[in-house]
Ligand binder design. Structure first.
Ligand SMILES: *[C@@H]1O[C@H](CO)[C@@H](O)[C@H](O)[C@H]1NC(C)=O
Ligand SMILES: *[C@@H]1O[C@H](CO)[C@@H](O)[C@H](O)[C@H]1NC(C)=O
Ligand SMILES: *[C@@H]1O[C@H](CO)[C@@H](O)[C@H](O)[C@H]1NC(C)=O
Ligand SMILES: *[C@@H]1O[C@H](CO)[C@@H](O)[C@H](O)[C@H]1NC(C)=O
Ligand SMILES: *[C@@H]1O[C@H](CO)[C@@H](O)[C@H](O)[C@H]1NC(C)=O
Ligand SMILES: *[C@@H]1O[C@H](CO)[C@@H](O)[C@H](O)[C@H]1NC(C)=O
Ligand SMILES: *[C@@H]1O[C@H](CO)[C@@H](O)[C@H](O)[C@H]1NC(C)=O
Length: 376
């Protein structure tokens, strides 16, 4: 106030000096007593401005965006805020807005409060909990998202605030009904059995033996277990017994063309190539390929193990060790097993090959990893 007083002193003294009709006696430094107008400024700083009876006091700012400040407060803005009306929610029941939704549904609810000022409205949740998965969208005027698959009632309060900071709250109640994900149509393909769950996944497919994957979409009979892909079966998971020179086990991947050449080579009929799949798989068949037309494996047998220690023969229909067809060509020779085997380790044992050379192979396996079956 001191600065204000000093300014007023200066102003008033200037008036005293300039206008002789203004009386500046020792009671005050400025006194204007015109008919029906009174303006007084005292030396102690009191200023009184009073209009006469039935007359008004006008404070008029410049028309081009001028303001009236009172102790730093923008009076015109303040008055607008005071006079402003709060938003009004569109018609709803006395206890709030009600919604019923099914788990997994997409929700898109427009938040509708009218602003009497016609300005921008802001909505936010001020109490309660919105169902997980739902949120107020980036435009700020809708509740969007995917309804969680649960049986629950959620209640929360949304506040609509207008530019004058006037607000109105509305309660939203959402009753969510868990949906049976297996009805009316099952997401499980190829005869997989659908089990509705309310856990982390909304449903689980119990696939038939020949299929795998979340929706039983993987056909195990033709699905590569990834031997040809070093990211799936790294070098350390390929090994061999009685390897010929530098034609290592890691070169034994289907379509391999790196390393010492196109394939693993054994030294004789006692050699074998082993794949460690890293985890259990149901193996439905094997694919082989030659190194060249002279370095090839015409036929082979397979053994398998779950622990890497005890190996069993892959058997044919008549109960004897199955002999599978290899090839002397670089095209893929695909063989199916009469019955799938469950194994982590699989060995290829060359049976026939060029007698003047030695057996070479590139291989892959068809099947499904047991842990991707997703069975409950
Ligand atoms: C001043 O006010 C008095 C009564 O309050 C009134 O009678 C008189 O007409 C006013 N004078 C002028 C100049 O407005
Ligand atoms: C000035 O205002 C103060 C506080 O309102 C009051 O106590 C004082 O008497 C006033 N001075 C005069 C000269 O009216
Ligand atoms: C999954 O399917 C298999 C064979 O069809 C069955 O034995 C098993 O009980 C099923 N599991 C569940 C949870 O339905
Ligand atoms: C190899 O396996 C990795 C990891 O599973 C995968 O990302 C990549 O696409 C595979 N590459 C090919 C050629 O299939
Ligand atoms: C593999 O070994 C053979 C014979 O020892 C040699 O001629 C050949 O260069 C080697 N190849 C590679 C890629 O090391
Ligand atoms: C079993 O079947 C294979 C061919 O599928 C045949 O070569 C073999 O001789 C049969 N063994 C017996 C004991 O019948
Ligand atoms: C191997 O090939 C022969 C002839 O090429 C065929 O008769 C036989 O059925 C094949 N065996 C298997 C197990 O596919």
């Amino acid at each position: 106030m001191a600065a204000f007083n000093n300014r007023l002193h200066f102003l008033v003294l200037s008036f005293c000096f300039l206008f002789s009709f203004i009386a500046c006696d020792n009671g005050g430094i400025l006194q204007i007593h015109y008919p029906n107008i009174s303006l007084e400024a005292d030396t102690d700083g009191n200023v009184t401005l009073q209009s006469g009876a039935d007359a008004s006091v006008y404070i008029v700012p410049g028309t081009n965006g001028g303001s009236v400040y009172f102790e730093g407060e923008d009076l015109l803005h303040l008055i607008k805020v005071i006079n402003g009306l709060p938003p009004v929610w569109k018609e709803h029941s006395a206890t709030g807005f009600f919604y019923t939704a099914f788990g997994g549904e997409t929700m898109n609810v427009k938040l509708e409060a009218l602003d009497p000022e016609n300005g921008k409205m802001e909505y936010r949740v001020v109490a309660g909990t919105m169902p997980p998965g739902l949120r107020i969208d980036s435009s700020g005027s809708r509740i969007i998202g995917q309804v969680p698959d649960v049986n629950a009632i959620y209640s929360f309060t949304v506040r609509a605030t207008n530019t004058n900071d006037k607000y109105a709250d509305a309660v939203f109640r959402m009753e969510i009904i868990e949906r049976n994900q297996c009805i009316p149509s099952s997401p499980c393909q190829h005869g997989g059995f659908c089990v509705d769950t309310m856990g982390e996944t909304p449903y689980v497919c119990n696939c038939t033996e020949q299929y795998s994957g979340v929706n039983c979409e993987i056909p195990c009979k033709t699905n590569s277990l990834g031997v040809k892909n070093a990211s799936v079966i790294p070098e350390a998971m390929m090994s061999a017994f009685l390897t010929r020179e530098n034609y290592t086990a890691a070169d034994g991947r289907l379509d391999s063309s790196g390393g010492s050449g196109k394939g693993w080579c054994g030294s004789n009929a006692n050699s074998w190539l082993q794949i460690d799949l890293g985890r259990l798989a149901r193996v439905f068949g094997a694919i082989s390929q030659s190194y060249s037309s002279t370095y090839y494996t015409g036929s082979y047998q397979m053994t398998y193990s779950t622990d890497g220690t005890t190996f069993n023969d892959v058997l044919g229909n008549n109960g004897t060790s199955l002999v599978l067809n290899g090839t002397s060509s670089s095209s893929h020779a695909v063989s199916k097993l009469p019955d799938p085997i469950t194994a982590r380790f699989v060995r290829f044992h060359p049976v026939s090959y060029s007698s003047s050379h030695y057996p070479c192979l590139r291989v892959d396996l068809n099947g499904c990893y047991v842990d991707t079956d997703n069975n409950p």
